[in-house]
Design a protein around this ligand. Structure first.
Ligand code: SIN
Ligand code: CO
Length: 390
């Protein structure tokens, strides 16, 4: 089993002992790490209209913990003091495909759990304040030195300082503290309080893994049950006992409701993978317009043949989320919140269609041995999930 960032732990040992359980500091997780992007490159991204970014100033002209949402402008940068501010840019893994290699060591974690690579640049003393996130996060120090203080256990409903645009904990108790240098990385499970302060100008790469919320996945299950006209039963009370208080919802009524919910879960079993796949591949609203840039007309298999044989290669859009499943003998590919069902002869192409970064002529020759897979690829191209690389 592969080693986990030179820690002496295997990936499975990390998952068993730390993942979603406790923080782990990994010295030189990326040895001799040099940031592949500079603070100026990051500032350039923060000035672009379709890219989500923020500037957080501890002592802003409009008050403490001032947040300015991107796109940022020269005016924003010109008015900044020398210290005490942080610029953060979301989804850099998608905006800069050349950074995808950084995700490779994390691929033992399901890709559909990953949200994004957020990159921050902070001047000396820059911090976003003590806070918690609902995410598993790997905080890689990419440049300079940052001091991290971490709480001792997860806090689920923390008390926040009122009236701020940033969520800052009203109280923070440090259980562990470290200085991180370039290449060091800190893993934090969800809800662990953390407070990172730049000791020097620094950049931090946050690899964030989101977990869908209970109510969000339930909503997805219910929508699919409605769409497929499943679980159409009703609350049943054949065991009703005569009552003198006809307006009361009594204990038995609540028990019957619980039973109904249990039955619903059982009836939903065949559609659970589909409900999860659709939900976790929904396009982030902040990336919707960029994901539409690759949409195109529906091409035929013959047209694809022509493009591949004349040297074309397809690239997978990083603005689209992909997943696949084979559950109870039903194969499905999920992309951007849609599910595509496939027959058994096409199962072997699911990883190729949903995981590869490119599709070459050789891949296409395999894919088109299954007409269903070839047609699906035509469809995915029209929806921008795959596009012709230059
Ligand atoms: C930062 O990079 O300043 C903040 C990262 C985090 O706390 O999640
Ligand atoms: Co955080």
């Amino acid at each position: 089993m592969a080693d986990f960032f030179n820690t002496g732990l295997t990936q499975q040992q990390f998952l068993d002992e730390y993942w979603q359980k406790k923080p782990l500091l990994i010295r030189q997780a990326f040895t001799d790490f040099e940031s592949p992007i500079s603070p100026d490159d990051l500032a350039g991204l923060a000035c672009e209209a379709d890219i989500e970014s923020r500037l957080i100033e501890e002592n802003g002209s409009d008050g403490s913990w001032q947040v300015s949402h991107g796109p940022l402008s020269d005016d924003d940068f010109n008015r900044l003091p020398k210290t005490h501010w942080t610029m953060l840019v979301q989804d850099v893994d998608k905006h800069l495909p050349e950074l995808q290699y950084l995700l490779d060591p994390f691929r033992f974690i399901p890709d559909w759990r990953r949200d994004d690579l957020m990159i921050s640049y902070a001047t000396e003393h820059g911090t976003v304040g003590p806070h918690t996130d609902g995410y598993d996060v790997f905080l890689l120090q990419a440049m300079g030195t940052r001091n991290w203080k971490v709480g001792g256990q997860p806090i689920h409903n923390p008390e926040l300082i009122d009236g701020l645009d940033v969520q800052i904990l009203a109280e923070f108790d440090t259980a562990q503290e470290w200085d991180l240098q370039a290449g060091d990385m800190l893993y934090l499970p969800p809800h662990f309080a953390h407070h990172g302060v730049a000791r020097t100008d620094c950049m931090t790469f946050s690899f964030g893994f989101r977990a869908p919320s209970q109510t969000d996945v339930l909503d997805s299950v219910i929508n699919l049950l409605l769409e497929k006209e499943l679980a159409a039963g009703r609350y049943a009370d054949a065991d009703l006992v005569a009552s003198a208080q006809p307006h009361q919802i009594d204990k038995s009524a609540v028990e019957r409701l619980k039973q109904l919910l249990h039955n619903t879960i059982e009836q939903a079993e065949p559609i659970l993978a589909e409900a999860l796949g659709k939900f976790v591949t929904e396009t982030k609203s902040s990336l919707a317009s960029l994901s539409e840039e690759t949409w195109t007309d529906l091409a035929t298999i013959e047209e694809l043949d022509e493009s591949f044989t004349t040297g074309g290669e397809l690239a997978r859009s990083l603005y689209h989320r992909f997943a696949w499943s084979i559950e109870a003998n039903v194969g499905m590919l999920f992309m951007a919140g849609e599910a595509y069902e496939l027959d058994e002869e096409a199962y072997e192409f699911l990883p190729l269609l949903a995981e590869n970064s490119v599709i070459t002529l050789a891949d296409w020759q395999r894919i088109k041995t299954s007409s269903q897979s070839a047609e699906l690829l035509c469809q995915l191209i029209s929806e921008g999930g795959w596009y012709w690389a230059d």
